[in-house]
Design a protein around this ligand. Structure first.
Ligand SMILES: [Zn+2]
Length: 188
């Protein structure tokens, strides 16, 4: 199933930037398992592609199946695709559905650099995603505990395990810097 997805290796510049960001990471904090950090770094590289290739809000997402294989990757494509639903998580889940030939992503973990919004959280519930790991919290629209708590709502017939804050000290500043730079320019 992997051959359906073209390899999209990060550029050298992206990797250097990511290493610099990580160098500023606070050592020793409770930051998830090494596996979680590994996949969050993968999602952070995708977030940088949103920013560098599409000038979109830097959010990246990767779907990993129960065997630890990447089955979907995505970054924000709202502006580029003229698609109000093209958040990183939706893009990644659509690709995973195609890769697995199944609209249910059973046993999969979704890593995303920013706390999911309500739209994405509900799509994860519909997709039967097993676990969501996110980076920075979103105090304005976050639906994994910050504003809404949709993934853990007992009224759903499927609940998603959640872990937040993984490499948030990388994902958060990346978003802050993007918005700060945007405010300094005339809005297009
Ligand atoms: Zn969303």
């Amino acid at each position: 199933m992997r051959e359906k997805m073209p390899a999209i290796p990060p550029s050298a510049a992206t990797m250097v930037a990511l290493e610099e960001l990580q160098a500023n990471s606070v050592a020793g904090q409770d930051d998830g398992s090494e596996v979680d950090r590994h996949w969050m770094r993968h999602a952070l590289v995708l977030a940088q592609r949103a920013r560098d290739e599409d000038d979109e809000i830097p959010v990246g997402a990767v779907v990993v199946d129960a065997e630890g294989r990447v089955v979907g990757e995505g970054w924000n494509r709202n502006i580029t695709e003229h698609d109000p639903a093209a958040h990183a998580e939706i893009v990644a889940m659509r690709q995973a559905g195609q890769a697995l030939a199944n609209h249910r992503l059973v046993g999969c973990t979704l890593y995303v650099t920013l706390e999911p919004c309500a739209m994405c959280a509900m799509a994860m519930v519909h997709a039967r995603i097993a676990r969501v790991v996110f980076g920075a919290s979103d105090p304005k629209t976050g639906a994994a505990g910050s504003v809404f708590d949709l993934l853990a709502d007992l009224r759903h017939n499927h609940r998603v395990a959640v872990r937040g804050g993984v490499l948030a000290d990388v994902a958060g500043p990346m978003l802050t810097a993007y918005f700060r730079a945007k405010r300094g320019k005339p809005q297009g």
